[in-house]
Design a protein around this ligand. Structure first.
Ligand code: ADP
Length: 400
């Protein structure tokens, strides 16, 4: 049986609902979400009782003040956030609704509280922006639970990874002809055990990485990286796995989102624009390697192409294959945790269903986007967009 919490206050006497304003007041005063209305000049002009409960500031203290002295937000490190990351300021600037599911509010007593904040612009009948309405929800307990859950998964996978790595090592020794003498039956059993153990090791590693990605503990040391150089080296390292399966591999550099990015062949020397981005090269390598490994895994014959191109503001990678392709129904779920397409080709191919989820989390670390274009039977193309740094910004960042 579901139990509902009885609310101590806010019971509405419906017989007294005389007009729309009164109904709206009753709703706003009785809901659990904080409601704060802010005008164009950032001044608070409505503050409901739930907002007082969440922030610690009373209505009397808040009305007439700049909302930023009441709704103070900080980042994960406790540093105050700038106006350009403050959902209310952004809505007052852009006039478009915004939601921040990861906000941390500093209450009046300076304690921090996890909140979701959803901000909508308010317009008059002529469409003129009057201000913004912020709905603030206390999600402290949900976030704590999610954190405990993630902590459990990451501790468990960390603890289990170590003995699994030891078993994998010993099985490899048993299979090494220089070290062990075994008959062909034993070899075939041990090979199966070795392959299952390495699958388990990969699963624990992926679980660990995905739980870190979810609660923002994924380490990242971004630096200025020239993406053309980066991808050339990476494709060189990955070449073997494609060619080993008889797949052709091509690297397309600067084959144009616009004229600026086109490769020009002068005396057989490729001149291409320098495409800088601010990323952790190890993390980006992890993401692109995973897309490449998938392309190899899910392609029986044909070709894999890796491409890089860009325009003024974006560096774009693509990884295309001539493999099985992905159905329209599966595409929206592809980047979800543990999502694996269930068909005859994938059933026989090992995987954890965590790779694309991790890729997405990594690309989002650098404010990028990842998506796929695919058709069943015709192959797939995965795209990554990263913000491009122009050369002068790249030089400044590199100096710092
Ligand atoms: P997995 O470990 O199963 O490969 P991923 O998260 O990397 O997990 O991929 C999720 C699913 O997406 C895969 O199980 C597969 O069905 C599908 N998929 C990913 N990449 C491709 C591709 N290049 N071609 C066809 N299907 C793909």
């Amino acid at each position: 049986m579901r139990l509902f919490k009885r609310k101590k206050s806010g019971g509405a006497d419906t017989s007294s609902l005389h007009n729309e304003k009164q109904k709206a007041d009753i709703i706003i005063n009785s809901i659990d979400d904080g409601v704060v209305l802010v005008d164009k000049k950032n001044i608070v002009n409505m503050f409901n009782p739930a907002a007082t409960k969440i922030t610690g500031w009373t209505k009397e203290e808040s009305l007439g003040l700049d909302f930023r002295s009441i709704l103070r937000f900080v980042d994960e490190k406790g540093q105050p956030i700038n106006d350009d990351q403050n959902a209310v300021c952004v809505v007052l600037q852009s006039g478009e609704s915004l939601r921040d599911d990861d906000a941390i509010l500093v209450k009046k007593d300076n304690k921090q509280l996890y909140v979701d904040i959803s901000v909508s612009p308010m317009h008059d009948s002529k469409g003129e922006l009057l201000g913004a309405a912020a709905i603030i929800r206390d999600v402290e307990s949900q976030r704590r639970e999610a954190k405990q859950h993630a902590d459990f998964i990451s501790t468990a996978s960390h603890e289990m990874r170590t003995p699994v790595a030891a078993i994998e090592g010993y099985l490899a020794l048993a299979l090494n002809e220089k070290v062990s003498k075994i008959d062909s039956n034993a070899r075939s059993y041990l090979e199966k055990a070795h392959s299952s153990t390495s699958h388990l090791g990969k699963l624990f590693q992926d679980l660990l990485t995905s739980s870190k990605a979810e609660d923002g503990r994924l380490t990242s040391h971004p630096e200025v990286v020239e993406m053309g150089d980066f991808i050339e080296k990476l494709v060189d390292d990955l070449r073997f796995s494609a060619e080993n399966k008889g797949l052709r591999l091509e690297l397309l550099v600067g084959s144009g989102r616009d004229a600026e990015s086109s490769a020009i062949d002068v005396n057989k020397k490729i001149i291409r624009p320098l495409l800088y981005a601010y990323v952790d090269p190890d993390r980006l390598r992890e993401a692109i390697t995973n897309l490449f490994d998938n392309a190899v895994k899910y392609t029986e014959s044909g070709k894999i192409s890796v491409g890089i191109t860009g325009d003024k503001s974006v560096v774009q990678f693509h990884i295309s294959d001539t493999g099985a392709g992905i159905s329209k129904a599966d595409i929206p779920h592809l980047f979800q945790k543990f999502y694996r397409i269930d068909n005859t080709s994938t059933r026989t191919i090992g995987g954890t269903g965590l790779g694309l989820f991790i890729c997405k989390k990594i690309i989002e670390l650098y404010n990028g986007q990842i998506w796929v274009d695919s058709e069943e039977g015709k192959g797939s193309t995965f795209y990554i967009n990263l913000p491009r740094l122009d050369s002068s910004k790249a030089a400044v960042k590199e100096e710092n």
